[in-house]
Write a protein of this length. Structure first.
Length: 256
C-alpha cells in the first residue's frame, strides 16, 4: 500500500494504466543509476591490485569465493587444476562470454564502465545480444536460434501437441503463454526471434513497461473499469510482488 500511494500520482486512490507505465519507467531509470553507483562501490573490492582494471583471474577468484569454494580449492584452481562443480563450470563459461562482450577495448580486463555493462547487461545495447544468447542457450531445444511457445515454457518439443491440455492444469504455463503471445511474439507468427527477444529484454523499450502494466491491469482489474483500487491490488498481491512495480531489480534479472 505504500507503493500504491507512490504510484497513484493524482491521489484518487485508483491506479490507471498510465500511472503504472510511468512508475515502471521511473523504476527502470532508478535501477540504472543505482547499478552504476553499486558497481562503483563493488569494483574497488574486486580489483584486488587497485590498478583500475579488473582481470578475468581477479574476477574468477571472487566468483569462486562467492560460490563457497575453500582457499585450498581456489589455490588448486590457480594452478590450473579443475575443481569446479559442473553447474559452476557452466555458469563460469557463460560469464566468460559476457565478459568478452563487455570488454570493449579487447584488453581482457574491465575498467569501471565496462564492469557496469558486465554486471548489468540489460542496460547496455551491446550486452543485450549476449543476454539473448544466454536465454537461447537455456531454452532453445533444437538450436535454431529462436523460441517456440513450447520452448519458452520449457516443455519438450515432442510434447508440444499436449501443451493446450497442460495449460488447463497449470496456471504457470497459462501465464507463460500470455507473456509469449502479448509481450514477445509481436508479429504473431508463433516464433520468438532474436530481435523480438532483444526488444523484450531491453528495459528501456517503452513496450516493456507498457506490457508489464497491461499484464497487471488485466490480472487485477476485477470490475473491468480500467482502474485498480487498493482492494483489487491486495486481491492480486502475489502478482504485484513478482512484478517490476514491487521489486524492479529482482524482476529484471529474473526475466525468464
Amino acid at each position: 500500500m505504500e507503493i500504491f500511494k507512490l504510484v497513484d500520482t493524482d491521489g484518487d486512490a485508483r491506479l490507471s494504466l498510465k500511472e503504472l507505465i510511468d512508475w515502471i519507467t521511473l523504476k527502470t531509470k532508478e535501477h540504472f543509476r543505482e547499478a552504476v553507483e553499486a558497481s562503483k562501490t563493488v569494483f574497488p573490492k574486486v580489483d584486488t591490485d587497485s590498478d583500475g582494471k579488473l582481470t578475468w583471474d581477479e574476477y574468477t577468484i571472487q566468483f569462486l569465493k562467492q560460490r563457497g569454494y575453500s582457499k585450498n580449492k581456489i589455490e588448486k584452481f590457480k594452478k590450473g587444476k579443475q575443481v569446479l562443480q559442473e553447474h559452476d563450470e557452466e555458469d563460469n563459461a557463460i560469464y566468460r562470454d559476457r565478459w568478452e562482450t563487455a570488454d570493449e577495448d579487447g584488453d581482457d580486463a574491465l575498467n569501471s564502465e565496462e564492469f557496469v555493462s558486465f554486471m548489468h547487461p540489460e542496460h547496455s545495447e551491446r550486452m543485450l545480444n549476449i543476454v539473448v544468447e544466454e536465454v537461447l542457450h537455456e531454452l532453445d531445444q533444437n538450436g535454431d536460434k529462436k523460441l517456440t511457445l513450447a520452448e519458452f515454457v520449457s516443455v519438450p518439443i515432442s510434447k508440444e501437441v499436449d501443451l493446450l491440455k497442460m495449460e488447463k492444469e497449470d496456471e504457470w504455463i497459462r501465464g507463460r503463454r500470455e507473456e509469449f503471445e502479448t509481450r514477445i511474439d509481436m508479429n504473431k507468427d508463433g516464433i520468438a526471434s532474436q530481435e523480438e527477444l532483444k526488444a523484450y529484454m531491453d528495459p528501456k523499450n517503452k513496450q516493456h513497461a507498457e506490457g508489464e502494466a497491461r499484464h497487471l491491469m488485466g490480472a487485477a482489474d476485477d470490475n473491468s473499469d480500467h482502474l485498480l483500487s487498493p482492494h483489487e491490488v491486495l486481491g492480486s498481491y502475489y502478482i504485484f510482488i513478482g512484478s517490476k512495480v514491487y521489486n524492479y531489480a529482482r524482476n529484471v534479472h529474473d526475466e525468464f
